[in-house]
Design a protein around this ligand. Structure first.
Ligand SMILES: [Zn+2]
Ligand SMILES: [Zn+2]
Length: 438
């Protein structure tokens, strides 16, 4: 029974499902070919550049597989996918939400989102870093669950899934919440509330009555048409989508306006203080000095200040190579520092160590640009003029500072050889938000 309800709304490789024959026989699922008429039936890719033909040992012949969604395991011409065709299972109704303390602005945005979802209208929740956007989602999610709707909160970043999952479990004590990301341990039973990476949505079809895309502007979602298709495929045709972000692209804002979505704007943090404005520190020959294992004086002084004041810090760098090169230099000033990046399996533990005070600082790639809250954290972006730091990333990184009521300000410094358009735009955007009258 658990397995049958688990299959609802999913599209999976038949070879990976136990006792699949009984579900085919009962008509709960139908079998389809993985690749049909030049189209991958899981990710809907039709671009021939992403298909690769090889000699397959399974079907003993020329077989074509889709490289576009290979991250989730190979789908080829001889793969059988099973697609849910059964009835909607009985949905639980006993959901509860622990009491929340929302500011007036949060309360208003929450009500606006409920209105949009009830009217099955898309919605853009535009809330500055630290506005408390996750709490804004709770009442709308509860409202949908109580209507026996199935809800998915999707985000491009695994780190954001890991941050949201325990908060959702805590907020909805009577609801079975499921977290889906690469390598997650998946309990095979029905969940009315799923928090997943956008990639994982490829394993669903017409499953959700509401999808909330958190950090909608984050890489790779914005750049990858496949992930946008994944959202559309995973929801029912009438299901509304809510986009949540601190840094909406012009394209998203234009689409919101043109298609008359609901829109909520929160220009202030939940504690009411202004966003910290970044300062630029121009350092001549910055890259070269670092490459020669020299710590520029300005950066040395910045680290020395953190040490003296015993402040936790995040130091962002553009590449893994630079992170590895700079780590010993930084440790020579502040010993309790470690490095993290996208491929680091201990990332979660290191963030916890920083939070717990075991570490004083982390040297990081853009992987920690969002979803992370550390009390009294100070932030430096080194080589802020690198192309990887676009305006959105710099706003997100700056948004790590001053999130706590008792530590509502802090230092955010951009160390760079020159001032890029992105740096200017990020600072202008933050200043503009601070002048919005609320
Ligand atoms: Zn595919
Ligand atoms: Zn084959």
């Amino acid at each position: 029974m658990d397995m049958q309800s688990f299959l609802e709304g999913r599209i999976l490789d038949a070879a990976r499902v136990d006792d699949v024959a009984q579900y085919i026989e009962s008509g709960d699922v139908e079998c389809i070919r993985g690749i049909q008429d030049g189209k991958c039936m899981r990710c809907l890719n039709e671009d021939r550049a992403y298909f690769y033909t090889f000699h397959c040992a399974v079907c003993n012949g020329a077989c074509t597989y889709c490289r576009k969604c290979i991250q989730l395991g190979r789908v080829s011409s001889c793969t059988t996918l099973i697609r849910w065709r059964g009835q909607r299972t009985e949905r639980p109704t006993n959901h509860t939400l622990v009491p929340l303390h929302l500011s007036d602005a949060q309360e208003r945005a929450s009500d606006e989102l409920i209105d949009s979802l009830t009217a099955r209208r898309n919605h853009l929740l535009h809330a500055v870093c630290g506005a408390g956007k996750t709490e804004i989602l709770f009442q709308p999610v509860l409202h949908a669950l109580q209507q026996q709707q199935r809800v998915c909160i999707a985000t491009p970043r695994t780190d954001v899934v890991l941050e949201l999952y325990p908060r959702l479990q805590q907020a909805f004590p009577n609801t079975f919440v499921q977290a889906l990301y690469g390598g997650a341990d998946v309990e095979q039973r029905f969940s009315p509330l799923i928090v997943a990476t956008t990639h994982q949505l490829l394993r669903f079809e017409a499953a959700f009555d509401v999808i909330i895309v958190d950090e909608a502007d984050a890489f790779p979602y914005t750049y990858d048409a496949m992930l946008q298709r994944a959202v559309n495929k995973a929801k029912t045709s009438e299901a509304p989508v809510a986009f949540v972000t601190a840094t909406p692209s012009d394209k998203l804002l234009a689409q919101c306006k043109k298609e008359r979505w609901g829109y909520s704007f929160l220009p202030r943090r939940y504690h009411g203080h202004l966003l910290p404005v970044p300062r630029i520190v121009v350092v001549r020959r910055l890259q070269k000095q670092l490459a020669q294992s020299k710590l520029p004086k300005a950066l040395h002084d910045w680290l020395q200040q953190r040490l003296t004041k015993r402040e936790p810090f995040l130091l962002f760098l553009p590449t893994i190579a630079l992170i590895e090169q700079c780590l010993p230099l930084i440790q020579s000033v502040v010993p309790q520092v470690e490095a993290v990046h996208a491929e680091d399996e201990e990332r979660k533990e290191k963030v916890l160590k920083l939070r717990g005070g075991e570490l004083q600082g982390l040297v990081t790639s853009t992987i920690l640009e969002r979803g992370i809250t550390i009390t009294n954290v100070q932030v430096a972006v080194v080589c802020a003029d690198d192309a990887i730091f676009d305006a959105g990333a710099l706003v997100q990184i700056s948004g790590r500072v001053g999130r706590h009521k008792q530590y509502a300000s802090g230092d955010i410094a951009f160390f760079a050889e020159s001032i890029t358009i992105a740096m200017d735009a990020a600072i202008a955007d933050i200043k503009r938000l601070n002048t919005v009258v609320v």
